[in-house]
Design a binder for this molecule. Structure first.
Ligand code: AMP
Ligand code: MN
Ligand code: MN
Ligand code: MN
Length: 285
């Protein structure tokens, strides 16, 4: 079975490998296709595409946009979009400013809690999107928490004392933005927002109507039952199924790029359906 991974982060957001290193790792692991989906930025996409030229591995440049729907935080994946699109980049600049301000607000909250941490303590890279994982890593380096699980649980997760809501865009606007830039919008890890998947009954038809074309079915934390339910929903709403490991780091969740027989495997058909959609512009199925 050909292995693929359609959800991976690089140093342009909260991943630990740069786009070229991701491709090299994917090749070493024998993956047939890989997509780059950094949080709220396409800055890594040109490097990613350039490094894949003349290689047999198939690549898709993408993004994972942070968004809201009602009071729920949603992530919208966008595949194959024109990373030079003017409106896309203008909106991403706004999101990036909001992200920066939120990081400063979280640092203020941490300081109020007696935790002495400043922006200079974060390991940042020019042109990369900083988020809570960078704050978690700084807290670990300072010995204030043991691991990122504790950092999120005690301080950074929604509802925890240092949590600050992001001023993200509406999910409908994220979908329209990706479509207008020629990309394919897909709802990321649907079971993370609602394990019962009941919310999708009303959410999906509305998001489908504004241009959502796929659901991320194959995802490390999705149970077999959730995957089956998502596959059924995708078929019902004539959407494609995608999947990926949400790879950030080799040591992160223990799941290697492309998955493994003990975690998830993403069928090659997910890549094929996505490419068919991008090339033919026709609705799935
Ligand atoms: P942000 O985009 O700044 O809101 O941070 C969200 C990112 O934090 C996600 O994409 C994950 O990489 C990471 N994350 C979220 N929740 C957790 C958690 N409970 N433990 C470790 N990492 C997490
Ligand atoms: Mn992340
Ligand atoms: Mn996500
Ligand atoms: Mn992700």
């Amino acid at each position: 079975m050909k292995l693929i991974d359609l959800h991976a982060h690089s140093t342009f957001s909260d991943g630990s490998l740069d786009p070229a290193m991701l491709i090299d790792l994917a090749e070493r692991r024998g993956l047939a296709a890989l997509a780059l989906t950094d949080h709220d930025t396409v800055a890594g996409v040109p490097h990613f595409l350039a490094h894949a030229a003349n290689k047999s591995i198939r690549v898709i440049g993408g993004i994972e946009i942070s968004a809201w729907y009602d009071r729920e935080s949603l992530h919208i994946l966008g595949y194959g979009l024109d990373h030079t699109d003017r409106r896309l980049n203008d909106t991403l600049s706004e999101l990036q400013r909001a992200r920066h301000q939120r990081n400063l607000d979280i640092l203020d909250k941490l300081n109020e809690l007696g935790i002495d941490l400043s922006y200079d303590d974060l390991e940042t890279q020019e042109n990369s999107q900083i988020g809570r994982p960078h704050l978690a890593r700084a807290l670990i380096r300072r010995g204030m928490v043991r691991d990122s699980h504790e950092a999120f649980n005690r301080l950074l997760r929604q509802g925890a004392p240092a949590y600050v809501e992001g001023r993200w865009i509406h999910a409908i606007d994220a979908i329209r933005l990706i479509t207008a830039a020629g990309g394919a919008p897909v709802l990321a890890h649907p079971a993370l927002m609602d394990a019962s998947l009941n919310a999708l009954a009303t959410l999906l038809p509305e998001l489908r109507r504004v241009g959502l074309i796929g659901l991320e079915v194959h995802y490390p934390t999705h149970s077999r039952k959730q995957r089956q339910c998502l596959l059924q929903l995708a078929a019902e709403h004539r959407m494609i199924a995608t999947g990926g490991t949400d790879f950030h780091d080799n040591s992160d969740n223990g799941i290697p790029l492309g998955g493994s027989c003990r975690s998830i495997r993403v069928p090659y058909s997910c890549y094929q359906e996505l490419v068919d959609y991008l090339e033919n512009g026709r609705p799935a199925r």
